[in-house]
Design a binder for this molecule. Sequence first.
Ligand SMILES: *Cc1c(COP(=O)(O)O)cnc(C)c1O
Length: 413
Amino acid sequence: MRNTGYYSQFGGAFIPEILVPTFDELESAYLEAKDDPEFWAEYLELMSTYSCRATPITRLDNLSEQLGGASIYVKREDLNHTGAHKANNVMGQGLLTKRMGKTRVIAETGAGQHGVATATMAAKFGFDCTIYMGAHDVARQRPNVFWMEQMGAEVIAVTEGSQTLKDAINEAFRDWVTNMDNTHYALGTACGPHPFPEMVSWFQSVIGTEARGQMLERTGKLPSKVYACVGGGSNAMGLFSGFMDDEDVELVGVEAGGRGRGTGQHAARLAYDDATIGVAQGYKTFFLQDRDGQMQDTHSVSAGLDYVGVSPILSHLFESKRVRFEAATDDEVVAAMQRTVRHEGLIPALESSHAFAQAYAEAPNLSKDEDILINMSGRADKDIFTVADAIDDPKWREFIIDKAKGYQQGMNQ
Ligand SMILES: *Cc1c(COP(=O)(O)O)cnc(C)c1O
């Protein structure tokens, strides 16, 4: 165990001896890049020409009026290439991979969004790419697997264990141990062993830095509250970092409440009190686990928030009370998304809609001269199957049935 990368008692790097040199190499490369203003300039240049940075902020004119309280602003991370803030992390790690002279990247993915983002980065930089994905997820997420393969990535369906995200993470580490010389593991969120939580948060800090300047320019003051959804915690860390030193800005993290408190079917590690502190997947944080340290099954309507652990930096900010944690249930989330689509013409991802749900619940109780800011971490194109099912749209069902019939009759070939 190495003694770096702790945020009070959370974090660390609980890794096998054989990976220590690789983590040392990564940490040095990250620290050197962080000290090199040219690296950040290159990163910003890449993100502005390949991924729509700086992303704008949008005021929700109609809903601010309807809710009758604070003015609601939205940071538009949905406008990134591949549709979410994930691009900030993977493109940064791509530049770092190049800097380390490596030629191959690997990644874990659950629903496939991080897999698509990593495959995109690999295609752009000319790296070989292998994506580990639980066999169950491969079966459920064909559209994402399709694009990863089109981009030249090899998608490996992991048939160990529960055949989902945590098994994919284990396989990715196994690959890394055998291929450390030429391979970088582009981990997808602000979790895992040091330096990943800190490094991923650094790449995502571009969100908060931009947002703080944009709010000041637009409104002449800072927002009173900022909201972000929390899966692993990377988009939240990105937005929050811009306001961390502004004591008057309340930071609100919104987790997946799933079917609600007390149901055991959620992924709220900090907002509910079911999680306990433990060490797994190479780091120490709050996990949803039983007394023997067995990871529990989590549930959320949004695949991207459906995870047992949480960023160790956020566990620290939870204990020190710098960040307030709340949870939104599946039903609240779908309603918040529909409301945003209907009245603003914006289509927030189910993950992001958790932050919207919480902000909508609080806005009416705030004064009209307050501003609040929501991070729209991504767009919902990927969620069309889930949302159409959740609201049970009959025309959508008809469309799917017709499409399937067409394939059976060979009409779509
Ligand atoms: C993956 C994803 C998330 C969850 O990841 P964090 O690391 O918690 O930010 C949130 N929103 C969207 C749109 C995602 O794709």
